[in-house]
Design a binder for this molecule. Structure first.
Ligand code: NAD
Length: 273
């Protein structure tokens, strides 16, 4: 499993992880256990997913040394003013004494409390209870403000990113500022992307599934990627993407699929608490 270096001293993140959004609480332990057995070493959850307990049980029952597993969770929108207390609640649900990465889930600009939340996250990081801290769904403007008003640059910004929404401006901003790009909805969330004829052509050429072609594209762009599936065969398929290379023409062909089309919520207006 390939890993990428975070801007936090010495911390590395496995480039491909297992996303658990919408996996019911009572199925999460089994699903994450399957992912670990299949070779995943990185799991992405959130307070809002309601399944941190199951994720934590799977981590603890895996038999893997804690330092061999990378665990991410996220601060929910309602908790921007109480980030430290909310983080303690995450740790309690996970049954862990630290996480590897703690993210602000959404900026919620209307609330205007993400700078306050970030200052609390900086304290959590300095206390060693999160090995790295980052953001999710932050725009260039949100990141610029954080960098102006606080001390620590986010290690990662986790954003919606797939061939229909390639986020070139945000990726360039991340790269210029030492922030890793992490792609959520990397397979287009089962909403038609994988049936696109351009991917069918590449699937036939490489003898790989459309999902594998898209995941390989993410890896070659340098994205961290966290595909979700509860189907064991797909869990295995999605991690089996390290033994082929898309040539530059085919990377460009996927580059040409961009429609600037969001499948999920818009961070500028997402205010759910
Ligand atoms: P995804 O793009 O990973 O799509 C998942 C869906 O794709 C599955 O439900 C299934 O229908 C299909 N699929 C998966 N593997 C497949 C395969 N091999 N072949 C065919 N179809 C396949 O979407 P996602 O779950 O939204 O995103 C992945 C993870 O990103 C989430 O689980 C979560 O951890 C994270 N996420 C974060 C945010 C955020 O706001 N930070 C938002 C959404 C998701």
């Amino acid at each position: 499993m390939n890993s990428l270096m975070l801007n936090t001293d010495g911390v590395q993140i496995p480039q491909l992880g297992y996303g658990v959004w919408q996996i019911p609480a009572d199925e999460a332990e089994q699903a994450v256990a399957t992912a670990f057995k299949t070779g995943y070493r990185h799991v992405d959850t959130a307070a809002a997913y309601g399944n941190e307990e199951g994720v934590g049980r799977a981590v603890r029952a895996s038999g893997l040394p804690r330092e061999k597993v990378f665990v991410t969770t996220k601060l929910w929108n309602a908790d921007h003013s109480r980030a430290e207390a909310a983080f303690d609640e995450c740790l309690a649900r996970l049954g862990l004494d630290h996480v590897d990465l703690f993210l602000i889930h959404w900026p919620v600009p209307r609330q205007d409390r993400y700078v306050q939340a970030w200052k609390a996250m900086e304290k959590i990081y300095r206390d060693g209870r999160a090995r790295a801290i980052g953001t999710s769904n932050f725009t260039v403007a949100n990141l610029t403000r954080l960098m102006e008003e606080t001390d620590i640059t986010p290690a990662i910004n986790q954003i919606e990113l797939h061939p229909y929404l390639q986020q070139r401006e945000l990726r360039a901003f991340h790269e210029a500022n030492g922030i890793l790009t992490e792609a959520w909805g990397p397979l287009g969330q089962g909403k038609g992307l994988l049936e696109d004829p351009a991917l069918t052509v590449l699937s036939e050429k490489y003898g790989k599934t459309p999902a594998q072609i898209v995941l390989r594209w993410h890896l070659q762009l340098g994205n961290v990627v966290i595909p979700k599936s509860v189907t064991p065969a797909r869990i295995a398929e999605n991690v089996d993407v390290f033994h082929f290379i898309l040539d530059s023409e085919d990377m460009a062909a996927i580059g040409a699929m961009n429609k600037g089309r969001r499948l999920g919520a818009d961070p500028e207006t997402f205010n759910v608490t």
